[in-house]
Design a binder for this molecule. Structure first.
Ligand SMILES: C[S@@+](CC[C@H](N)C(=O)[O-])C[C@H]1O[C@@H](n2cnc3c(N)ncnc32)[C@H](O)[C@@H]1O
Length: 200
């Protein structure tokens, strides 16, 4: 099966996400963005569903490698007074100098970006030594029955969702990188994790 084209994915993304936001995901997005302070980088910003939730950020730079998603995100920049810059870029090779940002936000994306370990390393490069990484990610569930189902449908889901590896151990990947998880909590039967990691 061929991967869905970028513009198609961008068109259906909000239809798929907005109901999930209404039924709870919005509160997790608020929590994700509320504490991100200073110069913030959001990677894989998509259609910008996190944008209205920034509170303490001085500026936000949002990157994504799908221009069709970014075009949709532009409208959401009008929902906040915080200056937001949108840049087409690959999270694995960011077009920013070392130590540019105070914090990074990543939502539902370390499971989709092809090389999360390389991405985490790149995030460390572009952030200051005391930076924080705020994350909200779909992961392999801690409940064996759910995890087995995720494993069974993993390949099919990856193909229809634009590359999402829903059974990835993202917390493990973060701790193996040059970030260390500082606090983390989970929901959805352990299939959704949220928290903060500190730069090593
Ligand atoms: C599931 S969406 C999440 C969008 C948004 N963060 C949210 O919370 O709604 C995953 C996003 O990752 C982006 N993406 C995938 N690979 C990427 C890469 N290598 N560099 C930058 N963005 C990437 C996709 O274009 C898509 O917008």
């Amino acid at each position: 099966m061929a991967k869905a084209p970028h513009s198609f994915f961008a068109r259906i993304y909000d239809l798929f996400m907005v109901p999930q936001d209404r039924f709870g995901l919005r509160h997790q997005r608020q929590r994700l963005c509320n504490e991100a302070a200073g110069k913030v980088l959001e990677i894989a910003i998509g259609t910008g569903l996190n944008i209205p939730h920034y509170r303490d950020a001085e500026t936000v730079v949002g990157i994504d490698n799908n221009r069709a998603m970014l075009r949709r995100a532009i409208r959401r920049t009008w929902e906040t007074k915080i200056p937001i810059d949108l840049v087409a870029a690959d999270a694995r090779a960011l077009p920013f100098p070392d130590s540019t940002f105070d914090a990074v936000v990543v939502g539902l994306s370390l499971c989709t970006i092809p090389d999360p370990a390389m991405t985490l390393e790149e995030l460390r490069r572009v952030t200051v030594p005391e930076a924080r990484l705020h994350f909200l990610e779909h992961v392999r569930s801690t409940k064996p029955s759910i995890a087995r189902r995720q494993d069974r449908f993993a390949r099919l889901w990856e193909r229809i969702s634009g590359g999402c590896r829903a059974n990835q151990d993202t917390a493990g990947l973060i701790n193996e990188s040059n970030w260390t998880i500082n606090d983390m909590w989970s929901s959805d039967g352990g299939g959704l994790i949220q928290g903060t990691a500190l730069a090593d």
